[in-house]
Design a protein around this ligand. Structure first.
Ligand SMILES: Nc1ncnc2c1ncn2[C@@H]1O[C@H](COP(=O)(O)OP(=O)(O)O)[C@@H](O)[C@H]1O
Ligand SMILES: [Mg+2]
Length: 234
């Protein structure tokens, strides 16, 4: 469904990605794990059209999206939930969700809202609350709900657990599991390897801009090197 091929990306003198290969098949949850600064966000932003790689290619459903504008990529069925969530703090929960459905019909928006509330009931309870007053975890739920309003076929999530209370992290990942069960393909980036490996089919490990390992997530969770470097063991 998605294929990053030989992707290299730099910011001035900083080489953020070098020859990255990564595939996501329809129906999968794929995770990209790596330390802070490894290039995870750059990889997702490249897919979403927010940064422009110097070489390589990004192919989505058979077509190169490398030089496309971000709004065109979004219209093709890819949604990014960025790191730090980027919700509209002064708008209500409902207004934020409606913004996510700006390309949809009224019926589709109504259905989308029901799905978001079924996924994250806390959002329904806070429908008229301004988004800036939500907790970090609730804002993450809102950001995911808003991305889903566009009905993406591929959902990109940048560190959905970062800085969020454990109880809400659990609810967010239960939501991600449920989103995938309904057929949405997911590429999720995480520093929290424990969590990412438990909630994905396959995983890639990124170290200073290079993919160093690719394996089924269950296998990687048992790999001594990964346990030592990313799971705080050994
Ligand atoms: N806008 C930018 N300008 C310059 N350097 C950047 C920019 N964004 C990221 N970088 C650098 O690129 C590298 C990868 O960053 P990033 O993709 O954000 O990593 P991660 O998401 O894994 O923490 C880091 O060295 C970071 O400092
Ligand atoms: Mg990042």
């Amino acid at each position: 469904m998605l294929s990053l091929r030989n992707l290299s990306c730099r910011y001035g003198a900083v080489q953020a990605l070098t020859d990255v290969h990564l595939d996501v098949h329809p129906g999968e949850v794929v995770t990209l794990i790596g330390a802070n600064g490894a290039g995870k966000s750059t990889a997702l932003k490249s897919v979403a059209g927010l940064v422009h790689p110097q070489s390589g290619d990004i192919v989505f459903e058979g077509r190169s999206i490398l030089r496309r504008q971000a709004h065109k990529i979004a219209a093709m069925g890819i949604a990014l939930v960025p790191e730090g969530r980027a919700i509209f703090a002064n708008l209500t929960v409902l207004e934020n969700l409606e913004m996510g459905g700006y390309l949809r019909t009224r019926t589709q928006i109504r259905d989308g809202l029901e799905e978001a509330f079924a996924l994250f009931p806390r959002l329904r309870e806070r429908i008229r609350q301004s988004a800036g007053t939500l907790s970090g975890g609730e804002q993450q739920m809102l950001a995911i709900g808003r991305a889903l309003m566009a009905r993406p076929r591929l959902l990109l999530l940048d560190e959905p657990s970062l800085g969020i209370a454990p109880l809400l992290v659990k609810a967010i990942y239960a939501g991600i599991d449920a989103i995938n069960r309904t057929g949405t393909t997911v590429l999720v980036v995480e520093q929290n390897a424990h969590l990412a490996l438990r909630h994905s089919h396959r995983a890639y490990v990124l170290e200073t801009g290079r993919i160093v390992t690719e394996a089924p997530s269950a296998e990687l969770a048992d790999d001594p090197r990964v346990r030592e470097a990313y799971l705080g063991e050994g």
